[in-house]
Design a binder for this molecule. Sequence first.
Ligand code: SF4
Length: 326
Amino acid sequence: MIDFDEIRSKILDGCMPSLEEAVFLLGLEGAQVFDLFMLANRITRRHFGDLIDTCSILNAKSGLCDQNCSFCAQSTHHNTGIKPYPLMGEDEVLSVAERMEESGSNRFSIVTSGLSLNQDEFERILHTIRRLRDETNLSICTSIGSLNQKRALMLKSAGVTCIHHNLETSKRFFPRVCTTHTYEDWERTLGIAKDIGFEVCSGGIIGLGEKLIDRVELALALKDLDVDSVPINILTPIPGTPLEDTITPSPLEVLKTIAVYRILLPSKHIRLAGGREVNLRSLQSLALISGADGLMLGNYLTTSGNTPEEDLEMISDLGLRVKDHV
Ligand code: SF4
């Protein structure tokens, strides 16, 4: 019989819960849920004090993707009605980045749709990154699909510090989410990035229809890859995708997931990302005292977020503060 108080003592003694115990924590009900949040908050404050790491993303190339990820508005396999656009020009990217920097973001990620960029697009991205490095104080991240070692090294010398790609879900559940590429494709890209010395950011989406054990297995896969930052997205069911009628997790279920990720990845950034406004509703601020130490500011890939001002007010209302630029 698994007992919460025993697991809590074990965690406070610096031990990791077993897979079964982590699933048990995700399934907690009643008052113990708040004990779980307090435990996760204690670990968060131990590692990060009162600092919140902020970042923002720009969808620099949208739609027309030939992959079939079931949650994604940008896939040509689904009829979502989004307006696709080609890779943005440098000036446009620079102006969004400067705006986000002024709004309090300390990291900026350029995201593009598709499995990877063609050579012309890649060279244009490199040029844009050099300008971001020279003209802003932002730490630059890219999420441009799969990378080989040569491209990864070119990104590094242009000024990129962090490579992002979500694993999305557990290895076991991934084929239910996408059949046009494999989990191993993304593991390989993340491994190359880690070997070269990038910070690596990778997380997933909860609410895809996965079981609690899949959420734990994703956290353990990210732990094995030694990623530095873990964005947690909550599904926003997009009309026209196969998941359009999915019932999304309750706010408390989202918070329990964040808390368990903090326990399993105690020293890593746990970043509250897309879907939080819709799914956490009035409980968004609780995430920052239940395990999350990071916040994605502004809009997401195809959905809008809180304004940066609202998020900064939420951070300050909790007595926390934004980490300075790096
Ligand atoms: S998640 Fe990426 S690879 Fe998958 S369909 Fe969307 S843009 Fe394409």
